[in-house]
Design a protein around this ligand. Structure first.
Ligand SMILES: Cc1cc2nc3c(=O)[nH]c(=O)nc-3n(C[C@H](O)[C@H](O)[C@H](O)COP(=O)(O)O)c2cc1C
Length: 434
């Protein structure tokens, strides 16, 4: 179930039109300062746009938290090749469900963010890559794109600027791997979705071998507000170098799971206890997975932190995709480790041997362990296999897959040891893990 209650700090940036009647329609958008930011950027040079983005300290909401302005500055100009704009709406990280809300409730905000990117690098075309399972969203986004053409925000000579730009929607086939930017580009080009070797990075060699701005759907959606209300205002919403708000997707053992827009740096424990109504059934907190299932879990005593990129990194985890999974005292960590690795094993594209073999072996051993046939040496074996996968794959899927298992053993070794004594788990975790 998804909630959209006013945030405790009443700061709404990307969700401010959610809940309004016909929020997805262009008239609603135009009545609420829609496309004003884009009009403003039509008077700015690419350098001025990029400087404003840098000053806003907007960081990518797709996973790595890379500074957006800096990323755009890497796109070479005057190469003689066109530059493309790609929106990553693959939303494949378990526990994450925000891009769908942005496209469903406010597709014009996304289109405006992409238009600003397009204008900055004078791009002829942009693509919105939407995960295959989100079929219903294609119609909503396509209708919004058609409205933007009708009103002259897309197509030829946009608003008399002399600039032409088209936007297309494209569906993935529902593969986690295709959320990784280079595999996404392969898939977009009609090939099998496997990662490319990096460098070169997509900014330089991206879609169709051309320079490319590739950002997450929430990243693009935050951009109009920056140019409407100013970089300084946006930056001031969060701690230094962590500008703006974030859509935090909370699942697991809380009373009110849902997606909440909150300023970056918002305390994790306040999110659980105040915003999400506390732990379900009055249970104790055991751990939190703070940034989608591939981020290292935090034990309860490590959860006294702010939800921004740097604070979570300092706690040796990742803000990742904003998927926050809350686990109570009854959670069976071995069962959770198995459930998680099953997902990654299924989703590994099989291109890199450490990921393909590693996930398969981890799954096999954990299955046996979970089924009551574990051996003492398995704990170190699982730990070693996971460790061996880090940094050894083209894309970070191998790391994403290994990270949860590795950290569960690091932080809950006692539970793995205790598991050897019993054959059945207390409770299979009921999580938003696919
Ligand atoms: C295995 C894997 C899956 C990913 N899935 C997604 C995804 O579903 N959506 C997304 O925006 N980024 C995903 N990413 C991150 C993208 O590669 C990329 O960094 C991001 O889209 C860049 O946008 P941003 O700078 O706005 O965050 C994934 C990365 C990896 C390694």
């Amino acid at each position: 179930m998804l909630y959209n209650e006013p945030s405790p700090l009443e700061v709404k940036v990307v969700t401010r039109r959610f809940g309004k009647p016909d929020s997805e329609k262009i008239d609603t958008y135009l009545a609420d300062e829609g496309y004003e930011a884009f009009k403003k950027t039509l008077t700015l040079t690419p350098e001025a746009i990029i400087d404003e983005l840098k000053a806003s300290s907007l960081r990518g909401r797709g996973g790595a938290g890379f500074p957006t302005g800096l990323k755009w500055s890497f796109v070479p100009r005057n190469t003689g090749k066109p530059a493309y704009i790609i929106c990553n709406s693959d939303e494949s990280e378990p526990g994450t469900c925000k891009d769908r809300l942005l496209m469903e409730n406010d597709p014009h905000q996304l289109i405006e963010g992409m238009l600003i990117a397009g204008w900055t690098v004078r791009s002829p075309a942009g693509y919105i890559f939407i995960r295959g399972e989100y079929r219903y969203l294609i119609d909503i986004v396509d209708r919004a794109v058609a409205e933007a053409y009708e009103r002259g925000f897309l197509g030829k000579n946009i608003l008399g600027s002399g600039w032409d730009h088209d936007i297309y929607t494209h569906t993935g086939a529902g593969a986690y791997e295709c959320g990784e930017e280079s595999a996404l580009l392969e898939s977009l080009e009609g090939k099998r979705g496997i990662p490319r070797l990096k460098p070169p990075f997509p900014a330089v060699v991206g879609a169709f071998q051309c320079p490319t701005i590739l950002n997450n759907c929430e990243t693009f959606s935050a951009i109009p507000a920056i140019f409407r209300q100013g970089a300084e205002w946006f930056a001031s919403l969060g701690p230094p170098k962590n500008g703006g708000t974030r859509m935090m997707c909370v699942s697991g053992h809380v009373n009110k799971p849902g997606v909440y827009e909150l300023p970056l740096g918002f305390p994790l424990m306040r999110l659980i206890n105040e915003v999400c109504g506390g732990m379900r059934n009055g249970k104790k907190l055991k751990a939190v997975i703070p940034g989608g299932s591939s981020s290292p879990c935090l034990r309860a005593e490590e959860c006294d932190i702010g939800l921004d990129f740097d604070s979570i990194a300092k706690a040796k985890s990742m803000a990742g995709s904003g998927g926050i999974v809350v686990l109570d005292e009854d959670t069976d960590i071995v069962g959770l480790a198995l459930r998680t690795i099953k997902f990654y094993q299924h989703e590994s594209c099989g291109w890199c041997i450490p990921c393909r073999e590693g996930t398969t072996w981890l799954k096999k051993i954990l299955e046996r362990y979970h089924g009551g046939g574990g051996r003492e040496k398995d704990i170190d074996l699982i730990h070693e296999i996971a460790k061996g996968m880090f940094g050894r794959t083209f894309c970070a899927l191998g790391d994403a897959a290994a990270m949860p298992t590795y950290t569960f053993i690091e932080k809950f070794r006692d539970e793995f040891e205790a598991y050897l004594q019993k054959s059945r788990p207390k409770q299979i975790p009921e999580l938003a893990l696919l």
